[in-house]
Every structure is written in structure tokens, then in C-alpha cells.
Design a protein around this ligand. Structure first.
Ligand code: SAH
Length: 387
């Protein structure tokens, strides 16, 4: 953000090892401490200096005096009948944010394997699988508390933006959620698909990705990370430049044309589809990888067979797969889900037009953890809105 920000001003959980190095040498500490602290935080998930028992008591106290407090703590855990877990985290200052742990089903894994299998000549896809069969888990995290994009079918969009999360708060969601995995589960995929618009909050999102992919920390391959975006072309360009196209992209398209899209996604008026599709064409996607097109099916708005045909034309020539997601209802809107038969008819038109299209099952609906339902259970927003 501002060039004047020094490593000491960055939250300890968001510091890269070289930034720790600069801070610790200022305290007269040995250089190896920087790696030690970074590994404790990002490898072991220690968010409280008091628990870094490998450090001297003096250093732990110094870190605390310099403002190292845990960026987030878990306040509630809800477990859905389908195994999905929603964690409610409380951040410093009282904001509350949710993240969702989603065990992958067989059909998720098949869709994914179809992609990964096609990409075996890309070096990053050769990450080793654990020896024993383990349940793959996807974690869905948030980048903002609320959202400024205003999409009419989305709870966060209807609530408005309260504030962006710091990189420390973004990464803490992962470090904390990992502790809520069952023994046989492992974190395979990370999706920036919770509250907020990650590319409207680029700096902190990008720093979070650098931390998450750091070999001394969580060491997640960038291809295991997907940024879901409403489709901001400047952000898509920056992401492509900064991470060489390796970070996965999911675009919330939800419509085949500007007229339909403009009605449900206000930002489309500023960045019409031509510009968005152009940014997608230029995204430096590795060979044989595809961009995911998200399409929330809303009854009577975007679910007609002719709209499916128009979508086939709109996406012609792009390397994409389409995820159809029946809309989850939200209290702020009377819009609702398309019927199963509408969704199936839409899917078969796409398939007939040569597009791979998958219907996404609703997960975690019984704990209000489904797409677009992550909201403010907190009082903070209510008190802001009705002082
Ligand atoms: N701002 C980002 C990420 C957050 S939303 C984006 O727009 O992609 C994650 C996904 O959930 C998006 O595809 C979004 O359009 C979708 N979504 C939002 N509200 C929904 C709802 N009520 N039902 C189904 N999907 C919804």
C-alpha cells in the first residue's frame, strides 16, 4: 500500500521470513530466529507468542510488547450433517468472519482429477499425495468483512462492506481451520470464495497468497488455490502478472450477456463482459488448465435455454469449465433457485455446445454455510446500520 510501511508495521502473522529478519536484527536477535518464528506460525499454526516455547521468555515478551496478538480466535463451530464445518472467527476489534471446511465428495474429486490428470506436464501438479488414502478437504476463506460489490443474490453483497481483512486475518483462517480437520483429512484445496471480493482487496490477498505458498510455511502449491472473483479486469491482470497464472481463477459470471448480468451484478456496468472476457483470454493460464465459470442459477433471471445457448457463444474459444450452482436463498432477496429440471436442461445445452458443465450440490446448507449465505451473525453490522 504505502511505501512508508516497514516490516515492523506489518502484523507478525503476515511477515515473510525476510521481513522477520529485518525486525529481529533490529532487536539484536540472531538471524536463524526469523525462520524459526515463521515456521512456528505458518508451519505449526502457532498464533500466540506465549506458545512459542522454543523462544526465550524475553523474546516472547518483546514480541507481545511489539503488538503480536492472535489475529483471530474461534468463537463457534457448526458441523453440518454432510461433514461441512463452519467456523466463526472473531477478529481483533470485534469483526466476525466465517470460513468453511468442506470434505470433497467423489464427484468433486473426479472433476478435479480430470483436470489435474490433463495437466501432468505442469511441474507443480506433481505434489506428492500422502501414502495412506486421506479425505481431501477444501477450505473456503473470506477476504473482507462484507462486500462492496452489491450483487443482488448475495448476502454479503447486500450487507455492504465493513472492512477488508488483513493478510494476517486471511491466513489465520487457514491456520486455525487446519486444527478442525479430522484425523483422516488433509487440506487439499483452498478457495477464496467466502465473504468479500479478493481482487477488490488486492494487496492483502496477494500477500496472503505469498505466505500460504511459502516453502517454509503452509507450502501450498499455487494451483491448489483458487481466487473466486466477480470479475475485476485490473485485478485479474495483476494476479496473472504476480503469480504467473498459476493461481486458479473462478469467475462469477452468472449471465451470458451484459443486460442480464448488469441486473444482478452492479459492477458489470463499470467492467462490461467484453473487458472481462478479454482479461480472461490474456490470463497466463498454464497449459491444459481451465478457468472455472461460476453460474448461480436464479429462477426466471438467467436460467432459460436460450441463455444457455448464448453462454455457449459468449465462452467460445476460452478454456473454461462451468459450475452451475442453484441459488441459495437469502433473506435480503426474493430471488430463488432454478428448479432441478431447469438446471439439467441448461446443463445439457452447454454440454451440447461443447462446454464441460457440472452441477454443484449445495453443501452445508443446514448450518448456513452455503455459497452466498456467509453473513453477519455479528452485532457489529447491525449496530453500524442502526446506530
Ligand atoms: N466476490 C467473489 C467471492 C465471494 S462469493 C465472487 O464474486 O466470486 C462466492 C461465490 O458464491 C460467487 O460465485 C458468488 O456469486 C456465489 N454466490 C453468492 N451468493 C450466492 C447465493 N445466494 N447462492 C449461490 N451462490 C451465491
Amino acid at each position: 500500500m504505502t511505501g512508508a510501511k516497514g516490516p515492523g508495521d506489518i502484523h507478525p502473522v503476515a511477515r515473510l521470513p525476510e521481513e522477520w529478519h529485518a525486525v529481529l536484527s533490529g532487536l539484536g536477535e540472531r538471524p536463524y530466529r526469523s525462520g524459526q518464528i515463521f515456521r512456528a506460525i505458518h508451519g505449526r499454526g502457532v498464533l500466540d507468542p506465549d506458545e512459542m516455547t522454543e523462544l526465550s521468555l524475553e523474546l516472547r515478551n518483546q514480541l507481545k510488547t511489539a503488538g503480536f496478538v492472535p489475529p483471530a480466535v474461534v468463537t463457534e463451530v457448526h458441523r453440518s450433517a454432510d461433514g461441512t464445518r463452519k467456523l466463526l472467527l472473531t477478529l481483533a476489534g470485534g469483526a466476525r468472519v466465517e470460513c468453511v471446511v468442506i470434505p470433497m465428495t467423489k464427484s468433486d474429486a473426479d472433476t478435479e482429477d480430470a483436470d489435474a490428470g490433463a495437466a501432468t506436464d505442469d511441474e507443480d501438479d506433481e505434489e506428492l499425495e500422502p501414502d495412506e488414502p486421506k479425505q481431501r478437504v477444501t477450505l473456503c476463506i473470506s477476504t473482507q468483512f462484507g462486500c462492496a460489490m452489491g450483487c443482488v443474490f448475495c448476502a454479503s453483497g447486500q450487507a455492504g462492506l465493513v472492512r477488508g481483512l488483513s493478510a494476517a486475518e486471511i491466513v489465520s483462517q487457514i491456520l486455525i481451520a487446519r486444527k478442525y480437520l479430522d484425523k483422516h483429512e488433509y487440506l487439499r484445496n483452498l478457495v477464496f470464495m467466502g465473504m468479500g471480493e479478493p481482487l477488490h482487496h488486492y494487496e492483502e490477498t496477494a500477500r496472503a497468497i505469498r505466505l500460504i505458498t511459502h516453502p517454509d510455511g503452509l507450502n501450498m502449491g499455487p494451483r491448489r488455490i483458487t481466487i473466486s472473483t466477480v470479475g475485476l479486469p485490473p485485478g485479474i491482470r495483476r494476479l496473472g502478472e504476480d503469480f504467473g497464472g498459476k493461481v486458479g481463477l473462478a469467475i462469477s459470471l452468472h449471465a451470458p450477456d451484459d443486460t442480464t448480468r448488469g441486473k444482478i451484478i452492479p459492477i458489470n456496468r463499470r467492467y462490461p463482459m467484453r473487458e472481462l472476457l478479454d482479461a480472461l483470454r490474456r490470463y497466463p493460464l498454464p497449459r491444459r488448465r481451465r478457468i472455472t465459470i461460476e453460474y448461480t442459477m436464479i429462477e426466471g433471471v438467467n436460467d432459460a435455454p436460450e441463455q444457455a445457448r448464448a453462454l455457449v457463444r459468449t465462452l467460445a474459444g476460452l478454456r473454461v469449465k462451468v459450475n452451475l450452482i442453484p441459488m441459495n436463498s437469502i433473506s435480503a432477496s426474493s430471488l430463488g433457485a432454478s428448479s432441478n429440471s431447469r438446471v439439467e436442461a441448461f446443463q445439457s445445452v452447454l454440454a451440447g455446445g461443447g462446454l464441460s458443465a457440472f452441477v454443484r450440490k449445495r453443501r452445508g446448507g443446514d448450518v448456513a454455510a452455503a455459497c452466498g449465505q456467509l453473513a453477519f451473525s455479528g452485532e457489529l453490522v447491525r449496530s453500524k446500520r442502526a446506530p
